[in-house]
Design a protein around this ligand. Structure first.
Ligand SMILES: Cc1ncc(COP(=O)(O)O)c(C=O)c1O
Length: 379
């Protein structure tokens, strides 16, 4: 169990922030790294051409430690949507085949597939919300031969349901389906390994559980897709980009591995050092330790919330860091606003109250939420 890390954050004592799934607060050292990065441009003459590459390579290398892959397999992207669009541009599909998604899947991992299906005469196949909350079995049952692409998360974002991606990855390989993952609601808080799951593409935006700034993210691309087509035909992704004097000797060759899929201006001097600092802090804590610590808090919260009639998927079926509380009577109108007036912050997604703590939260925060829910009930 990790001790409280609240001292690293600028969270006033009377604020109970239980909404990391919306966006994490930035840590003080992350803000410092971002500030240092931003002021570098006050002296552009010090940003020499080699610096266009070093910062982004550092970020890419740190990302490999969360993904469990090599730097050649990581592209730098501004959003989960960008990564999913890259996957959709490259994966083949034929008329009559289908693309598998979950019920209530986050739209960034839905719209590109809907477009692809419309364009190719394929269809979207939706895994319906399983009555027993067992998303893994529901996905495994839906992985029939018609599925060309399974576009999935590690954690279903409105239920907190966890998917066993190792089993799902193996099932995809068996039927020859590609596996595309949106890890935005899990990477950094739930252990994951590319080596174990073997996805084709896996993306994560950094501003939630990776604790970085907005507009940063990374995309894992399996080696078999490294010859693919990037969304942008930029200059910085080319093999000759490091030689600024010869950029107009246009090259058809791209930089190594997944770097061809990097976004334009990927050498973001302000944001990447901040994102990198956040990743390093997570790695220092350890993802498994974060998951255990936050999971323990959520376990207590789930038990207390049960007394108020809220249910959540059982511990075996949900992600420890991600508690989605539902109630037969539904979620009362105005609940998040009423809580926010008391400086308790959660969100409602679908028909769940989503409670997503991190290392800045304590038992006292859990008790405050429960007490506010009880008060709301009695008004
Ligand atoms: C599961 C999931 N994926 C992705 C995103 C964000 O997508 P993007 O980075 O394209 O804005 C969110 C934001 O809430 C999310 O919950």
């Amino acid at each position: 169990m990790l001790p409280s890390q609240r001292h690293l954050f600028d969270i006033p004592d009377d604020v109970t922030y239980l909404n990391c799934a919306y966006m994490s607060p930035l840590m003080r050292p992350v803000i410092e790294a971002g500030h240092t990065g931003l002021v570098r441009k006050a002296h552009p003459w010090e940003i020499t051409p080699d610096k266009f590459f070093s910062g982004s390579e550092e970020f890419r290398t740190t990302a490999t430690r969360l993904l469990d892959c090599t730097a050649d397999c990581v592209a730098i992207v501004p959003a989960a949507s960008y990564g999913i669009a890259t996957a959709a541009l490259n994966l083949p599909i034929q008329k009559g085949q289908s693309i598998l998604v979950l019920a209530e899947q986050f739209p960034a991992n839905y719209y590109p597939w809907q477009r692809m299906a419309d364009d190719c005469g394929a269809s979207i196949k939706v895994v319906v919300w399983p009555d027993d909350n067992d998303w893994t079995s529901a996905v495994l049952n839906a992985l029939t031969n018609d599925v060309a692409i399974a576009a999935l998360p590690h954690v279903q974002w409105t239920s907190g349901g966890r998917l066993d991606l190792v089993r799902i990855g193996a099932a995809c390989r068996k039927i020859g389906a590609a596996l595309v993952l949106d890890l935005t609601q899990s990477l950094g808080a739930l252990p994951f390994s590319v080596r174990e799951v073997q996805p084709d593409f896996a993306v994560a935006a950094c501003y939630k559980w990776l604790m970085g700034p907005y507009s940063t993210g990374f995309l894992y691309v399996a080696p078999k897709w490294h010859e693919g087509r990037p969304l942008e035909e930029g200059w910085i992704q080319r093999a000759n980009a490091r030689d600024f004097t010869s950029l107009i000797l246009y090259s058809k060759n791209y930089d190594a591995g997944a770097r061809r899929f990097d976004m334009g201006e990927r050498s973001n001097f302000a944001l990447l050092p901040a994102a990198n600092r956040a990743l390093l802090q997570l790695l220092e804590w350890g993802v498994a330790e974060i998951s255990d610590t936050v999971g323990t808090l959520n376990r207590k919260l789930a038990e207390s919330a049960a007394e108020l009639g809220f249910t959540a998927p059982s511990e075996e079926l949900r992600a420890p860091h991600y508690l989605a509380l539902r109630r037969k009577a539904g979620i009362p109108q105005g609940l998040p606003e009423a809580l926010a007036r008391q400086r308790v912050h959660v969100s409602v997604r679908g028909s769940s109250v989503r409670v997503t703590p991190h290392l800045y939260n304590s038992d006292a925060d859990a008790e405050r939420l429960i007490s506010c829910l009880r008060q709301f009930e009695n008004t």
